[in-house]
Write a protein of this length. Sequence first.
Length: 454
Amino acid sequence: MSAETTADTVETFDKKALFKIPGDTGLPFFGHTFRLLKDPISFGRSMRQKYGDVYRTYSFFKHNVSLLGPDANEFVLMDRGKNFSNELGWSPYLERLFPRGLMLLDFDEHKAHRHIMAAAFKTAPMKGYMERLNAAMPERIAEWGKRKSFQFYPAIKELSLDMATIVFLGLEPGPESNKINQALTDMVSASLGVIRVPLPGTIMRKGVKGREFMVDFLMREIPKRRGTEGTDIFTQLVNAQDDEGNSFTDQEVVDHMIFLWMAAHDTITSSVTTLVYELGRHTDWQGKIRQEIADLGLNDDSLPYEKMKDLVLTEYAFKEALRMNPPVPAMPRMTVRDIEFKGHHIPKGTIVGVSNIMTHRDPETWPEPEHFDPMRFSPEGGARERHRFAWVPFGGGAHMCLGLHFAYMQSKVIMAHLLPHFAIELPAGYETDFQIMPLIKPVDGLPVTLRALD
Ligand code: HEM
């Protein structure tokens, strides 16, 4: 989307038409921001009860319209009418720290960049990433085993950061990668800070400093990677070409790389945490997955790329974890023309949002939504009859997550290395609370014990 169209969209914003949509603006000045940050699900449910599946709110100093349910997910994500801009939807949160990431590009430009980036997610490079994951995993899992009882969330976050260093950058963890990890963590924390300008002492300032560090680091690395055959994502991206031979400029590589890293890191951390939590509460499922891994007859724990598809139950369990706690719980867009949806007129320039977590936890679509039941994803569990957009943890349409196979791969590799050796145990009767925003995580860090099986 060009700057010209952006300005035009914002200028013609029709507030009168917007206010005909049912809803309210909440508290003076801050609107619903704090309620949304504190408990978006209860907030969404109460708004839906009052106003229906299409309602207006005010948060982060902007009017928004929420569109709920599978039909709304399909309407917005498939965007058959080219009605919605990702750039303008995500910019308020991501523009300063993750500008020009793939998810923030629109229409033809987005398509062209996605074509080039797709080269880094084809089977051959994916096999290379998997080898790196398999090689790095035993040492980390053995270290968890030695600790026996620990908080799972910080531990998997550390493991994911290590994996990102190895698989994304092709470096070994060390002092330099610690600085990189800190910079990235600061950027992610800043992206949902309420204060949006980098004033001294704010998390936004830390985030901006983090970005400066990352840009400088990656720019210095690019010339070393051009024309080489490294099996890490950075080197793949530096050398990626689409079928017509188009490639990225240095600045584009840097912007895409920083975004990719953010997109991959906390999402995998969050989803594997939910999976481990549910496996700790449903030990029968640990047994099923352990058996499925044993049935592969592997010589060591390394999971071969070709065997990934045979981990069917593991995949159902991961999908169920993603249903219950989708790491990206909502997807914002901005309308680039006036639109109609289910009898509501939504003017051009409106921020609209679809919420996968609201759909995933809606008992009309998912009976007993709080109950962990991976068999929902089996053919007998109704997977084929369900609305195609009832389960959208990875989004859908043109912007559907490019790293979804990577996410399945990393979660399966972790399970293949962990479950044959350890039972995951949680304190008796234990339940945790999950914080939803900015990313889903257990508020107490999830205390687990690993009991050795060997
Ligand atoms: C469980 C893990 C993950 C989840 C739940 C997840 C979720 C999502 C969602 C919901 C979107 C679409 C957002 C929108 O339409 O507004 C998205 C986009 C994206 N994700 Fe993921 N993601 C995960 C892992 C990854 C990984 C591992 C990578 C990279 C290795 C990645 C790379 C991307 C990219 C590049 C996009 C932008 C695609 C585009 O705009 O064309 N994601 N992800």
